[in-house]
Structure formats: C-alpha cells, structure tokens
Design a protein around this ligand. Sequence first.
Ligand SMILES: Cc1cc2nc3c(=O)[nH]c(=O)nc-3n(C[C@H](O)[C@H](O)[C@H](O)COP(=O)(O)OP(=O)(O)OC[C@H]3O[C@@H](n4cnc5c(N)ncnc54)[C@H](O)[C@@H]3O)c2cc1C
Length: 482
Amino acid sequence: MDTIVVGNGIIALTVAFRLAKRAAATDHVTIVGPAARPGSATMAAAAMLNSFAELDAASLDSEIGFQHFELSHLASRRWPGFIKEILAVAGSLLPPGCAKCEGPCGGCFALGTYLINNAAADSLDDENFDAVVAALEKFDEPFERVSPRDIPNYQPEERQRATRAVYIPNEGWINPRLLVEVLEAALSRFPQVSFIEGEVDRFIKPGARIEAAQLTDGRRLGGDRFVLATGATVSGVLDRSELGIEVQRVFYGVGVSLEIRSPEFPHSKCIRTPNRGFVGGLYSVPYFTGPGEPTDHILIGATNFISPVPRPNGRVGSVESLMRAAMEQINSNFYRADLVRVNVGWRPTSQDTLPLVGKTSIDNLIIASGTKRDGLHLSPVLSEKVVAMLYDEPTDPEFRLFDPERKPHKLLTREAAIRKGVRHLMSAAYQHGFAPAKSRMKDQVAAMYRQDLERLHDQVGAIDWGIPPDMFDMYRYGHARG
Ligand SMILES: Cc1cc2nc3c(=O)[nH]c(=O)nc-3n(C[C@H](O)[C@H](O)[C@H](O)COP(=O)(O)OP(=O)(O)OC[C@H]3O[C@@H](n4cnc5c(N)ncnc54)[C@H](O)[C@@H]3O)c2cc1C
C-alpha cells in the first residue's frame, strides 16, 4: 500500500510515524513538504501541552467542545509514552546527547505549568481562571493553589502582578523544532518511508478516487491513499484540485512568538495567563535548545489575527505587544534578555474554529487540519485516529463531529456570540493599553462594539445563530459565509 502524506508539520509527521510503525515490508509512506516549512504553525509553537489551562468559561458547554477537551485530556496522558516511543525508534540517529534521554527528564519535554490571574487585561481573565479551576476540580486533575510570590522566575511589574495562581503539574511543553528533528530521524529509520522536497499544487482525480498528487514543479506522485495535512493551506490545495467535495474554508491564524535568551533569569516552568482577547493568553515557556546547551532560552507567545491569505511576516505591533507584556507581566528583567528569533506561524483555523479531521467522501482521501492553537498537543491522539481510519478500524462515533465535510458547527446563539465578542474586544483593548475616561466611556465603548456586532450579524443574515468571534472579520469582508 502506498500512502502519500501531504505536508510536513506535526500532524503529517506524527501520522507518518504511526503509519510507518505498522507498515508491512512492501508498504510505502511518502511525506511531501518544503524543507524550509514557510509559515509552519508547528515551528512557531511554544509548544505548550496544555489542556485544562486552555479552557475558558464556555469551552465545555457544547458536545463538540466537550469532545475536543476529551481529546486534549487524553493527549496529556499520551505524551510521556509517545516521546519515549519516538526516541526509541530514532535510537542512534538522535542528535548527540539525546540518545541518553529516556523521555520526560527535563529536557525538550517537561511538565509543570503555573496559571496566573493578574489584572493586566480585564475581568475576562478572572472568569476564565475560575473556569480552569472548576474543571480541574470537576475532573479530579492534580493541581495546587500557590502564592504568585513563590513562582520561580516570576517578577512582574508591581501593578501587573497576579493575585491568584495555580500550579498544574501534568501540563507541560516541548521544543517543537527539536521534536520535528527527532521525528524526522525516527522516520528515516524505516526503509518504507521517503521524504519528497516540494509543494503539492493539487490532487489528480480522473474517476472516483485520487490517483496522484501533483507538485508545483509538475512532478506527480501516484499512491493508493492520500492524507492532506498541510495546515492552513489545505483550502488552497482542495480548491485547485476541484474534487467536487465541500470542505469549509481554513483560514490563516497568523501568530507571532518570540524566542529570547535570558541567562540571568531563566525559566524552569511554564508561566501563563488564562485565555484572553481572541488569543490563548500570554505565556512564557522554557525553550530547551539541545542536550548540553544552557537552559536559558524562553518562548514568549503569542499573538493572533485571522487572514484569508498567507502572511509571511509578523506585525511590528505583535512583536511590541509581546515584548511589553512579557516584561510587564512575567519578569521585568527580560528587558535585558536577548531577542533570538521572531517566529511567524499560521494556525490552521477552520470557519467554525474546530478541527477538521477524518475520511472524506472520496474513498482514498483523509484530511487532518483545523487544529488552530492546540494541534501540537493533540498530535499523539489525532495521528492515532487518522491511522485507525487508514486501516478502516472503528473510531469513536463522537469523532464524526470533526468530519471534514460537515457543515460548519454553529455553537453560539446570536446573543451569546455578540456577548462573547464584546468581552473579547474589550479584553483585547485593555491588553493594548485602553484607559477609559472615568465618565461612562467603558460602557459606551462596549455599547459601540455591541451595535457593530449586531449590524454585522444582520448584514450576514445571522439571525438565529452567532458568528464565532474569531471569524468576525472574515464574515465582515465576505471571506466566510453561511
Ligand atoms: C504562535 C503559535 C503558537 C502556538 N502554540 C501552540 C502551543 O503552545 N501548543 C499547541 O499544541 N499548539 C500551538 N500552536 C498551534 C499548533 O502549532 C498547530 O495547531 C499545529 O502545529 C498545526 O500543525 P499542522 O501540521 O497541521 O500545520 P503546520 O505546522 O502549519 O504544518 C503544515 C506543513 O505543511 C507544509 N505545506 C504547506 N502547504 C503545502 C503543500 N501545498 N504541499 C506540501 N506541503 C505543504 C508547510 O510547509 C508546513 O510545514 C501554536 C501556533 C502558533 C502559530
């Protein structure tokens, strides 16, 4: 059986890894993608392996929200074993020093996240902090209430300090660049696996099944089955392929993260806020750069804006706001840290903002994208599901909720979407320095946002459903419909 995996981010590589482990001697697994990985979300990620810390007040209200959380919760349990599995296969091909690592030993993968509740944005943070704590209690997840003063390397400016914090010992992080390196080393161990440098332009489907993937340079790769896992670019590939299937559009969630070097003030744990203002909050994560290297790099993340087209560069404002937030809210000594790298990655963000993973009505095509801001964390579980589907094994019926050809889920009522939108717009405004006059300015601005969002809902005919707040501008400018 010849499987062509299109894409070379975390989803494609983990699918290929699980597939290669099951491959018979006559099987082939081909991974196609550009070595430079422009816009790869994977390479820009922190990458936090957070599940509870990602929740907000409404995350568990819908069936699909709950299923998404279940996948994420399962992924937290899978990671330690998954890392060991990859390292075991890579063996002597690991970067020097890695071979001694047997899994979670405080190197590229480690555990421990502090969630802080500060007053730098607005009360949306308090609501979401409470929601995380309520979920930790409900699901019996280990956590500890701690004094913010006891958080290692946490030295915010006085007026931005947190008053509440919890420590979640089972939520960690991994350096995605090292992970990709190790996964590629592991994959190269399998004689059935080959890597093709290039970009797929379209699929060729002369009849009912896909016959080949055609690259932009004209080469054609024939195969028995195809997995489309190119992150935010999947819609472009599908449009050009004219396959006759309807898959909701995937947008570019352009995100910036910063790698800094802070030798005098290094992190040993992840320190983050709850979700706020259209992003996953402010976070700062130890960034292990390699065995034997000083452990003084930190990843600061992240910003987000949704775009219908790829944007190769980050915005100056994104870099400015991350630097300022890290110095004010995490450690004012970062003022003297080195700026090592500015990452720009495209979070694959579907119109309904939920993953698109599963079989399609074309017998030999599976799509795996739409993971937005937690695809790295979900990858051990999503890859398991995709490989089960490739082998026609049963998956949980609930997983059909993520079917790539579904109509976009409409999770919010119009009123809930508008209320949530106003909350997030106000939160974003406070993060960007909003200081209302002491008259009724705050209420007036909130009322102005509400009127605008009501007009937007009228304009697109969203009378008995609500637009996901991430997608307001995509509906406003006609890039998303229905
Ligand atoms: C700033 C930022 C921070 C994040 N932080 C976290 C985090 O802390 N935790 C977490 O779990 N997730 C995080 N995410 C989200 C996570 O990175 C994504 O959900 C995940 O990486 C998506 O993986 P992917 O393989 O689908 O896409 P990508 O990583 O984007 O990979 C797609 C790959 O396909 C290649 N490609 C594109 N087009 C083609 C084509 N036509 N043919 C062949 N190849 C192609 C690209 O070059 C790319 O390498 C973050 C994202 C960003 C941007």
